[in-house]
Design a protein around this ligand. Structure first.
Ligand code: PGA
Length: 228
């Protein structure tokens, strides 16, 4: 199986900023590259060649009275092939529950969008040795998914902090998740062009989910090249 290298731009990049990024970004790889820009840049990013476009969020309802939300059908219309669900920032800042996350993943699959189900423990949970309990709970709904999906393991304490678990810890957690699912399992949290090669060489690490380092075309290209 090839690797997945997925960019999560979060609430960064105007449409003009996305165009500037794309002017410099020419990935050369046999692996799967996905960029998840804000909704406002989906059309721009989706029109570029050489990689796929993903959304950072969606609602599970088909349509209706959900002010500010976007449905799977609306994303499909823009050529979106992937969607992040359950990113830790959504779970904490927007109070998304495991059930809500799994419902989004189901709706994505029904619309032939591949959901990237994000999971991970907080610093307190990590320090108290609860990581596997938390992951078991967050992944307990995967059995309800009937179709293609991806899991992204992102320790909350590693996101945007420059902190990364040891390679042994990443290996151990990915073996644990592999025991739960056969789906591709990505690592996310402070991935850079410096550590991506080492991380992607770990067994059961099928790629990376990249935040900050994916905002710079050169750095993101370095991460993509580390998988080649
Ligand atoms: P980071 O973010 O690479 O900036 O740590 C990763 C993420 O939140 O998906």
């Amino acid at each position: 199986m090839g690797k997945f290298i997925i960019a999560n731009w979060k609430m960064n990049m105007t449409n003009a900023g996305a165009k500037d990024f794309l002017d410099e970004f020419r990935p050369q790889t046999k692996n799967t590259v996905v960029i998840c820009p804000p909704f406002t840049a989906l059309t721009t990013v989706g029109a570029a060649d050489g990689f796929a476009v993903g959304a950072q969020n969606m609602h599970y309802a088909e349509n209706g009275a959900y002010t500010g939300e976007v449905s799977a059908e609306m994303l499909v219309e823009l050529g979106v092939g992937y969607v992040l669900v359950g990113h830790s920032e959504r779970r904490t800042k927007f109070v998304e529950t495991d059930e809500f996350v799994i419902n989004k993943a189901k709706a994505a699959i029904s619309n032939e969008i591949v959901p990237v189900v994000c999971v991970g423990e907080t610093k307190e949970e990590y320090q108290s040795g609860k990581t596997k309990d938390i992951l078991s709970r967050q992944l307990s709904g995967l059995g309800q998914l009937d179709g293609e999906f991806i899991v992204a393991y992102e320790p909350v304490w590693a996101i945007g902090t420059g902190l990364v678990p040891t390679m042994e810890e990443i290996a151990d957690i990915h073996v644990f998740i592999r025991g739960i699912t056969k789906a591709p399992i990505l690592y996310g949290g402070s991935v850079t062009d410096k550590n991506a090669g080492e991380i992607m060489a770990i067994p059961n690490v099928d790629g990376v989910l990249v935040g900050g380092a994916a905002l710079c075309p050169n750095k993101f290209t370095g991460i993509i090249n580390a998988a080649n």
